[in-house]
Design a protein around this ligand. Sequence first.
Ligand code: CTP
Length: 428
Amino acid sequence: MPNLSQLLTTKAKPEHLRLFNACKDLHSQLADIDNIYVCGGYVRDLILDNQTEDIDLCIEGNSKKFSTMLSERLNLGKPHESQFLTFKFVGGKGKDNVKSIDIVTCRDETYPTPASLPDVIPSSIDKDLNRRDFTVNAMAISLTDQHWGDLIDPSNGFGDIMRKRIRVLHDASFIDDPTRVFRAVRYATRLGFNIDTHTTELITNAIGNVDLLSGTRVRHEFEHILKEPKVCEMLRKAEDLGLLGAITPALRVGPKALEITSDLLKESSGDLQLEDLLARVTFGLNTDEAKLTSSRFDGPKSWTDSISGNAKLASVVGILDNPTITRSEIADVLDDIPLQCIRAYIATGSTLPRRGRLIDYLQTIRFEGPEITGEDLMAAGVPEGPIIGQLLELVKRARLDRKVNSKKEEMDLARSRLPEFLTHDEDA
Ligand code: CTP
């Protein structure tokens, strides 16, 4: 069994090493903790010398007691306890804090039906590693005094890291849990690995099971992809594997969508909004495709708006090329379009007059409104009721079209038009 204590000492961040040493001490003090391991992505990234912040600890034994003791010792606060003896500490921003620690009880899983959530029972580290998605994620390092640094690697994940290979542990893996197809795409692209031939065949055979996943689970996995720095490569890989079509046949990510997504990533300084990413990766879907895609994701309004707003904009954007269009008419066209879709359209680099108008809308028009308020109008004797809103709308349009340029001119306009509004009101 290889021993990675050298790697732990030289590559783990000081705050991580402090945590691991605290685990070692606690193990020697607590009789009902058989073993403590750091496992999964942390081990993979340690071997690859990649920076990682999230630490998963696997406990054989009383993980609740261990979490309490660890918290007292490192002053971690109260953990968030979730189902099946899982405890999460989210650290502060300071450089000496571990950002996120998950403490889980070693477990075994069975899937009652394909794509369902698994049944879970406490178990050993070997069983825990064997239930996992890919060999590169199925390794653990012992943190006890007697076995400090021992690598537990029942499926030769270390060898697969050396061969740069994503490989599943067993043939039913994607059938049990089709979210692993998304994960295969993510790891292969993020790490620059290949998905091994047999694993690719298993994906092809199980791809139809993606259909069994709920909208929430599909959305969650898609969102993980969107948040990765190599999102465009991942989407291309997802397309190649038939994953996008398996989410819904309506979903495709065309070359323009990839181009403007890639531009967004290049321009951003780490402050990307999910809505912008969504609007860009779904750019080019027609109304029906957008409708089917949003309904498959079954997401909040921000998802539906971002996905369907592009087609909505495409159906009206031509009006903006009219040379005589006024600023208030531009607002009429664009007020119902999600801003992220307007930004996506601008990013396509269109050279038509519409581009300038879209930019004008984003930068100025949408912020402009009357200086006068409903209260000003009432103080001037306008009766309370819908007339107030109608007059304010009229003034807003005049302001946008630069027909009035001051509060006084706005009020004069409202006063001059009041009689006809009162007549309309009486007629109604
Ligand atoms: N896992 C799994 N099947 C899933 C989800 C997770 O087998 N559908 C296992 C993986 O082995 C993974 C571990 O649970 O290592 C923790 O999952 P997660 O936190 O999503 O992944 P990390 O390994 O921490 O990797 P990263 O956060 O870097 O993606």
